[in-house]
Design a protein around this ligand. Sequence first.
Ligand code: GLY
Length: 355
Amino acid sequence: MNTLTMRAGTCEYPVYIEKGLMQSIPERLKDMFPQSRIAIITDDNISALYAKNVTAACEAAGLRYDLLTVKPGEGAKSADVFARLLSKLAQRSYNRADVIVALGGGVVGDLAGFVAAVFLRGLRCVQIPTSLLAQIDSAVGGKTAINLPEGKNLVGAFHQPSAVFVDTALLQTLPEPDFADGMSELIKYALIRDADMFIQLEQSGTIHADSDILSSWITRCLSIKRDVVAADEKDMGERMLLNFGHTIGHGIERLCAAQKRPMTHGRAVAIGMAAITAASERMGLTKAGSVQRIAAVLQKMGLPHDISAYDKDEILKGILVDKKNVADKLNLVLILEPGQSYLHQIPGSDAKSFI
Ligand code: GLY
């Protein structure tokens, strides 16, 4: 088993990475929290796949647990669903010694993490990410949030988990479109910090959940995240590099949600990474040829890279409500070339030229 130690402020916690880890997690939870009740928050899809095994293992381990399910999809990150979960915990008399377990992808992790952050002013939380995107990114680092009709992740808290369990075998039940979504974030990590990994991506064939190289890439992404979060837990500087492609990506997600067009986070980020690099390359801020390399890798992984079908003015509206904009300044993440990234601040009024 690979174990990484995450450090954020004064807090330290393990990230365990192993294929087939799932079965032993209830036993480990019992060791970590012998007296606690466990509220497992998951969605109906994950519940259908794993609830039977997980609850049987909880019973075998002698854990007192509740299983709380929400509907799958981004809609679960709403104030309504959030409040319902808090009420359920209150009705069942959960107390400060108890623990929230987030079993699912990015949506469940963000939602359950935020429940843990605020219920009784904070319960401990364990993340068991089931999607590639959650395993390499959202389940570690302590960002939790729900959405408002006005935008994504506008309400949330930094609340570091007590432990993260990454079972790479779970990726084998991930539908192909969800897997590709996670690959978008993995490509992001290579682009911001790992030139060798980007070259491996360029040289590889199509990647699947059981590809041998995937576990080593997951560990590399998590190591980058560990270093970035240790340097900047609260997203005031270096951590913003993890938002490469996200400024435009969030604008696209918002636009598609308003127009009821299908769009996922990873696909929107893929278009965002290509679009911002096309712009920065045009302006001489990125090495020539970078966008072509990025587009080729995205295409190979089944991801989009062309922004032309999306209305720039509408994307811009989404960008300008983004919480990362301060005093009409927009912090953009650009790459110098694949593997090296930097922050570039512009006035909000110049944003359109980067889309
Ligand atoms: N997903 C970006 C971050 O954790 O900062």
